[in-house]
Design a protein. Structure first.
Length: 530
């Protein structure tokens, strides 16, 4: 029986082939590698890499197997080999993991949107925590505590001012280490990595759909790119998308087919409709539709708008974004309103946000509130502090922090994001927050020269992590706390090592599952000055 990564079908046990060394050799010319392309082998899966691929070995040679889970025995076919590792296709599951489930998505094996639907949600959360632990130890050279116990309170107490007013944690003599600082205590006890904060309902969580449009067999289709390609898989529903987004996308495709609207062709650069983008406000229910087109003229635009308004009453904004460049970047520079408002409104906690067509806004509103609440908790604010928010985007974290701080300064390199941040501050009547356009590594040193000091610095960088100059500035400014919000555990670990070497102790790290059924994990790290 053939199995795919979705987990459908029964596993097969075959004692005669259930050893890593028992492999079926192809007729391909041999080299010094234990396996060649097109060879088949039965291997034990001993782990899973950061892409969600199972890891197994044949005579010490590593094979990465998409769809295989740790603890499984599988039969694979080698697809590609390099000097030290190779890639293989899962053929059969000889012995299945207890964490394997049948992926509920009908096109899971074709679509590249999710990577680990075939793994139980509890196992996903456990793996994501372990992934964070592994990179902290391997890249960051950090010692991870085996249990949290009282370590966090002890380190915070050890780092507090002698009068005990700076922290909400009590500072007792027993909590202070023999040297009177947090550093040696942190190194003895290690960094606490908490269990991943997951969702009670890990489906239908995405508030934004970005659907590429193409043509298959002469018909307009829209969905997601097939795994490892730019071939579009047509899709009527996505189990991690808000159902209302599915409804709007389906309506747009139906109208497009009826009106004979052409789809953009990447190879020729011709065709009109490139992407359909739908944003849904979680708390207010307002919706925005953005048609990304290869030109300004939309045939039968009134018919599109009328049909959408008739069938999707929650749509408050219909916009067009014009992108005529031969690029895989979704949005172009020009956006215009076809009908309704230029923004929709939503809340995170009790903070209101205006969301425009090109605004960055977290796609999982439930977990965003969890993430930001933990960020505020780690900042340890009493209402007296000055906080700097680097990579502030449209000010989402800044405005959360401003409710608990004396003054917040936010910096972001994208001008449109800062425009949105300032508008959101006015929308919430928050006057203790200031936003500036520029690179964090340039603006924050300038603030320092102006005499602005920070009690807490919050960083939320892109996947590449913090610019080295920003890390140098943090070490020069010496804030009492640094809160690092990360979307990439590897660059988080790298940057924590730099901050540790510069005089900070990493107290704890909290993984947050912002994207269930994918390999991505957000993390928040708390560091205190020694």
């Amino acid at each position: 029986m053939t199995n795919n990564r979705s987990g459908r079908g029964k596993s097969r046990r075959n004692a005669a082939t259930a050893t890593p060394s028992n492999r079926i050799r192809s007729s391909v010319e041999r080299s010094d590698l234990p396996v060649q392309k097109n060879d088949e082998a039965v291997i034990d899966i001993i782990g899973m890499n950061h892409d969600g691929e199972g890891v197994g070995r044949v005579e010490g040679f590593t094979l990465f197997v998409p769809g295989a889970l740790p603890g499984e025995k599988v039969r694979v076919k080698v697809l590609k080999t390099k000097k030290q590792y190779g890639y293989a296709k899962l053929l059969d599951i000889v012995q299945a993991s207890p964490d394997r489930i049948a992926a509920p998505c009908a096109i899971y094996d074709q679509c590249g949107g999710c990577q680990i639907q075939h793994m139980s949600y509890e196992a996903q959360l456990s793996w994501k925590r372990q992934h964070v632990v592994d990179v902290l130890e391997r890249i960051g050279k950090l010692s991870v505590a085996t249990e949290s116990s009282e370590h966090t309170a002890q380190v915070l107490a050890a780092s507090a001012d002698t009068d005990g007013e700076a922290d909400t944690v009590s500072t007792s003599d027993s909590a202070m280490n023999a040297d009177g600082n947090a550093d040696s205590m942190s190194r003895v006890h290690g960094v606490v990595v908490h269990p991943t904060l997951g969702m009670s309902e890990p489906w239908r969580y995405r508030n934004k759909a970005q659907v590429p449009i193409g043509v298959t067999e002469g018909g307009l289709v829209g969905g997601f790119y097939a795994r490892g390609s730019h071939r579009i898989v047509d899709m009527n529903t996505c189990l991690i998308q808000d159902e209302r987004n599915d409804e709007v996308v389906a309506r747009v495709k139906e109208i497009g087919r009826m009106l004979g609207i052409s789809a953009y062709n990447e190879e020729t650069g011709r065709g009109l409709l490139r992407h359909v983008v739908v944003k849904t406000a979680f708390r207010t229910g307002e919706m925005m539709l953005v048609l990304v087109t290869n030109g300004r003229d939309i045939p039968h635009a009134d018919a599109w708008i009328g049909s959408i308004r008739e069938h999707i009453p929650h749509v408050a904004s219909i916009c067009q974004n014009v992108n005529t460049k031969r690029t895989n970047v979704i949005f172009g520079d020009e956006t215009r309103v076809l009908w309704g408002r230029d923004v929709i409104y939503d809340y995170i906690g009790n903070v209101q946000f205006a969301i425009s067509a090109r605004s960055f806004y977290q796609v999982n509103p439930v977990q965003t509130e969890v993430l930001y609440s933990k960020t505020v908790e780690y900042a340890g604010l009493t209402g007296k502090e000055t906080v700097i928010d680097a990579y502030c985007g449209i000010g989402t974290i800044s405005l959360f922090l401003a409710q608990h701080a004396d003054q917040v300064y936010g910096v972001e390199i994208v001008k449109e994001a800062i425009d949105d941040a300032r508008s959101n501050a006015l929308l919430n009547e928050m006057r203790n927050v200031k936003f500036e356009v520029g690179a964090s590594e340039d603006v924050i040193p300038a603030w320092k020269e102006q005499g602005i000091t920070a009690d807490v610095i919050v960083v939320d960088p892109p996947r590449k992590g913090c610019d080295p100059r920003l890390l140098d500035t943090i070490l020069e400014m010496k804030p009492e706390r640094v809160v690092y919000v990360s979307c990439n555990p590897s660059t988080l670990a790298r940057d924590l090592r730099i901050l540790e070497d510069g005089g900070y102790s990493t107290v704890e790290v909290q993984p947050v599952d912002m994207f269930p059924h994918t390999v991505h994990v957000e993390s928040i790290a708390l560091l205190v000055s020694n």
